[in-house]
Design a protein around this ligand. Sequence first.
Ligand code: AMP
Length: 462
Amino acid sequence: MTFQELQLLPSILQAVEELGYERPSPIQAAAIPHVLAGRDLIGCAQTGTGKTAAFAIPILQRLQGRVGKGHKPVRALILTPTRELALQIQENFTQYGKYLPVRTAVIFGGVGQTPQVEALQAGADVLVATPGRLMDLYNQGHVSLTGLEIFVLDEADRMLDMGFIRDVRKIIGWLPKKRQTLLFSATMPQEIAELSQTLLREPVRVEVTPQSSTVDAIRQKLYRVEQADKKCLLQEVLQDKSLTSVLVFTNTKHRANQVAELLNSGGIAAMAIHGNKSQSARVLALGSFKAGTIRVLVATDIAARGIDVSGLPCVINYELPNVPETYVHRIGRTGRAGRPGLAISFCNREEEAYLRDIEKLIGKKIPVVRADGPSGREEIEKKVSEPKATPKPTPKPARAKEELSRAPGQKLKLEPLPPLRPLPPEPPKPRRALRSDPWVPGRVVASADGRRGKRRGRTPET
Ligand code: AMP
């Protein structure tokens, strides 16, 4: 399948080509014809599958015929749970619509509303919004939804997790009954399945890469490590200079701050991004990470939604999430658009149960690397496994003191950590052939509406 075969406008084809997209991703190939035909659609897909273009490209094509000066009411509304996602979606609309006269605006909370109101007053055909700010500006009379033609509910399951579903229902009540509706969700919890029944009319269902199948292009590694040794292990892993940009996940905001501070004190430029940070701090952290001025971004799950860094080589789970799907979401930040990726996870004794759930979900064991060397250092692993080479455990206080006294930029002295427990021999490393198709060959199902899936809890961001 090519983009030409999707009957797209030459101006969209040109924009897509300039972005270096060679062919539609499975969700794009499956969804675009239906959206162009005006059908309602449920897309079961997570970020990293190209789902934004799957709705943005056909929406732009549908809208472009009738835009112009003075056309004020919003014609397409994209409702998404986080500011980062909202910005990302707007950026995508701008990229794909580069040669079209379609105007987009984005509104989200945590910043002053004046520039957003001005953008709305200038006229926006496409409005990307988070629920809270949309409600604010709608109630103040700055947003008119009377001319709305297309409504997209993005990341519906996250809306539910983040407690936005009542706001979403309220917003839906403001929309004209006659419209096209698209709903995207990585999972299909009961509440979302029910919502979709009232929201959509005879929807087509398009599903790619089921939640449980971990993206194949991502190499996964696991370190078994005591909680107290995670700090040292992280610094050791980051000695690998090929890991140029690393997204580190923690389960809590507090831990995210701690880890970022630790890395900075060890000479590794890092910033934390989480829900307690101001919008400007989050933009700064993300911008610095994308620009490469910091090497490590430490994030909690909610703050990480919408982080799309092209070519991100590595994701580290400093802590394992208690919701197995969150693991799949996290590691999906690397290995995007077919690029190779590495996902490293640290697992302490208490997290063993989470690990079991994750392995059950992804349907395979995550290869274990010893806790005494960064991934890929088979040499060190071998040495340590020989009885003679077993290093003497370093007393922890001395190590901690060394960490604190090291000046920024000064290299961390590598002392191999003691093996934490006897490990079974490493399984043979699967050699992965390079794929010519950059997209994960996920199952793509397009059908009349159906439902499945069950709701799980979420990793708290405390
Ligand atoms: P998304 O799932 O929408 O967050 O997209 C994930 C990443 O894939 C983004 O960086 C997109 O720019 C990129 N992308 C989307 N569609 C394609 C395509 N057809 N070919 C290559 N990259 C794409």
